[in-house]
Ligand binder design. Structure first.
Ligand SMILES: Cc1cc2nc3c(=O)[nH]c(=O)nc-3n(C[C@H](O)[C@H](O)[C@H](O)COP(=O)(O)O)c2cc1C
Length: 195
């Protein structure tokens, strides 16, 4: 079993979402001792932001790409292959300024590719990835789950579904900036839910 672990806190392992990811990984290791874990820490090993050159490389036919464009495509394809090879995914998801971390958006921008992970038809879009469980460990300073201000949950569900992955579940640790007592309780409850 292959498990892809993605951390997207700017604080790397110091982030609350990363602590929850590590709890989930420990639980999975105990449950599946034979499993292989591939970890992507998007803070220590960032995915570049998209720019015109990178998108241009994606859109250039393989036999017309420069060496530099091929490198860009190879990098994106390596991320896609990691996702494809995973039997399940563990994703740490901080909320920053009511959105996902830009580091995670860059990863998404390199794996959501027309003709590779989704395609458009005259009936609409079709996801090309195999469905697989994605466990999202979401950390927030305030209380937003289930409200209109949580734009992060619907976006993450939508973008994975767009690529064919519908089995996405969330564990939330909320109120982390609302005082130590609330923070400790929220993290304990999230860890108990994970384990
Ligand atoms: C730059 C920044 C922006 C933040 N914006 C929000 C926000 O919009 N809403 C919220 O509830 N918490 C916000 N927070 C609090 C974080 O969601 C909280 O610290 C959480 O633990 C972040 O996950 P992490 O510790 O894994 O990085 C923000 C924190 C930072 C550093």
């Amino acid at each position: 079993m292959n498990i892809l672990v993605i951390k997207s806190s700017v604080f790397s392992d110091g982030g609350n979402s990363s602590a929850l990811v590590n709890t989930k990984v420990d639980a999975l290791k105990a449950e599946h001792p034979e499993a292989t874990f591939v970890e992507r820490d998007l803070a220590t090993d960032p995915v570049p932001h998209l720019d015109g050159k990178r998108v241009g490389a994606f859109f250039t036919p393989e036999d017309e790409r420069s060496a530099e464009q091929q490198q860009v495509d190879d990098f994106s394809m390596a991320l896609i292959e990691e996702l494809k090879a995973a039997d399940q995914v563990v994703l740490g998801l901080p909320m920053y300024n009511f959105g996902i971390p830009s580091q995670l958006k860059s990863w998404i921008d390199h794996v959501a590719r027309a003709g590779i992970t989704f395609r458009y038809t005259d009936q609409g879009s079709i996801g090309l990835l195999e469905d697989k469980p994605v466990t999202v460990l979401a950390a927030r300073g305030g209380l937003y789950a289930g409200t209109d201000n949580d734009t992060v949950t619907p976006y993450i569900k939508m973008i994975f579904a767009f690529m064919g992955i519908n089995d996405v579940s969330f564990v939330y640790a909320e109120g982390l900036n609302m005082g130590d007592d609330i923070k400790v309780k929220a993290l304990e409850e999230a860890k108990a839910e994970i384990s």
